[in-house]
Design a protein around this ligand. Structure first.
Ligand SMILES: Cc1cc2nc3c(=O)[nH]c(=O)nc-3n(C[C@H](O)[C@H](O)[C@H](O)COP(=O)(O)O)c2cc1C
Length: 410
């Protein structure tokens, strides 16, 4: 490691905190104190409503630096910008290792979802290349409002990390979900995110996701319940940790425009993509749900529905078995969906798959459950190693499972 690399590795990370006009804003001086104790460099940006509510002094005092809240200050002179070629919100965006918006009002969430850039904070949010974390805090009805849910959904799909509010007594007199998450918890989450933010840089990770579709005729196909959510969560987390990622996803799987991807429809399409990309990747998470059977014959046009129909399905070659043949040095994390099996049975099934695929890990999940696995937002995984050790990843959101899988396998 060169002295410069050493310095860069240990340089204090910069957290930019955006404070919006939510009443929980007063708690942020405590959060700044905690982050400064952990040696983070903290900068504060406020919306005009937040400035009217709290003033800038308490945050200025806590950070020891001026607070940003105006795109155009009263002394603005365009000639200075042209001469210096430096604009505050862009300079700040470039320096940020993480942008935290806490508390995040329903209003700012809506603006971010729509891509507005009408104040310092929303403009900065569009300009940053670092992870964005938001901590919504609001009245319970505002939180449950379908518009707010839709806006948050949009942001999460773009990779924004949402730390949801807690339930409890709210400043507005209501009891329910809407309280800003405890500042110690927020500080812990940020620390974890920053620790991992560049740990996979230089690694090339390929992820397959979603269900294949095999045509019966020109309008019908057979498929399965694989949604691609687990694969997408892995791709997002790997990208967030600095890896170069390519997602090979089914056309009907969930997607995220910020993740580089190629799409497939049939097992044969996926095979072609694997032949093309596997040679130049270091690690592959093969979570796609590939059909084991395809119709022997594909009918042209639409089969008339006047009579009953016998369909003959033939077995497809297992794609997982091809991967190490294409690139024997690649680290292969295979996924195996099982239906209602116990731990010992899962271990045995994984053992068979290790032999046929030479995988490095097999992630087994039980798809007989409604609350995890196929289509669900949560998953529970039994991660089996080549030596037969089984580690249970307790049921959790797929993005959390993705982070655990990366930590344990890469
Ligand atoms: C006393 C008071 C408290 C407020 N608290 C919240 C809140 O906790 N969360 C929220 O989303 N909006 C809250 N609002 C409404 C926002 O301040 C309002 O939507 C404003 O437009 C937000 O602007 P900003 O997102 O640019 O900061 C509150 C308003 C007032 C007057």
């Amino acid at each position: 490691m060169t002295p410069r690399e050493y310095m860069m590795k240990n340089k204090n990370k910069t957290i930019v905190i955006g404070i919006t006009g939510g009443i929980a804003g007063y708690k942020i001086s405590g959060l700044i104190k905690l982050l400064k104790q952990k040696d983070y460099h903290v900068e504060v940006v406020m919306t005009e409503t937040a400035v009217k509510m709290f003033g800038t002094e308490i945050f200025q005092k806590e950070t020891g630096k001026p607070v940003f809240y105006q795109l155009l200050g009263k002394d603005f002179d365009y000639r200075e910008i042209v001469e210096r070629r430096e604009v505050d919100h862009i300079k700040l965006a470039d320096s940020a290792d993480l942008l935290l918006i806490a508390p995040s009002t329903a209003n700012t969430i809506a603006k971010l979802a729509a891509g507005f850039a009408d104040n310092f904070l929303t403009t900065l949010s569009l300009a940053v290349a670092c992870p964005i974390v938001i901590c919504p805090s609001m009245n319970v009805h505002m939180w449950e409002n379908p518009q707010t849910r839709e806006n948050l959904d949009k942001l999460q799909k773009r990779g924004v990390i949402v730390i949801p509010p807690d339930s409890g007594d709210l400043a507005c007199g209501y009891t329910g979900v809407g309280r800003l998450r405890d500042i110690k918890e927020i500080a812990g989450i940020l620390e974890n995110l920053l620790k991992k933010s560049k740990q996979l840089s230089g690694r090339k990770i390929l992820v397959t996701a979603g269900a294949t579709m095999e045509a019966i005729d020109s309008v019908r196909y057979i498929t399965n319940r694989g949604s691609g959510k687990m694969g997408l969560a892995i791709a997002r987390e790997a990208k967030r940790q600095g890896a170069e990622v390519l997602l090979l996803r089914s056309q009907k799987a969930v997607s995220d425009p910020s993740i580089p991807e190629k799409t497939f429809s049939t097992a044969a399409d996926l095979k072609k993509l694997l032949e093309e990309h596997t040679p130049v990747y270091d690690i592959i998470f093969h979570s796609a749900a590939v059909s084991d059977y395809i119709p022997e014959k594909k009918y042209k046009g639409k089969i008339e529905s006047k009579r009953s129909l016998d369909l003959k399905l033939i077995q497809t070659a297992k794609l997982i078995g091809r991967i190490k043949k294409i690139n024997q040095g690649i680290k292969l994390i295979g996924f195996k969906a099982v239906f209602g099996k116990n731990r010992e049975e899962m271990k045995k099934i994984a053992g068979d798959l290790f032999r046929s695929s030479r995988a490095d890990f097999i992630a087994v999940n039980d798809v007989s459950r409604k609350d995890s696995g196929f289509e669900a937002d949560d998953n529970e995984i039994f991660l089996v190693t080549k030596k037969g050790t089984v580690v249970k990843l307790e049921k959790a959101a797929k993005d959390k499972i993705a982070a655990q899988l990366l930590e344990m396998t890469v």
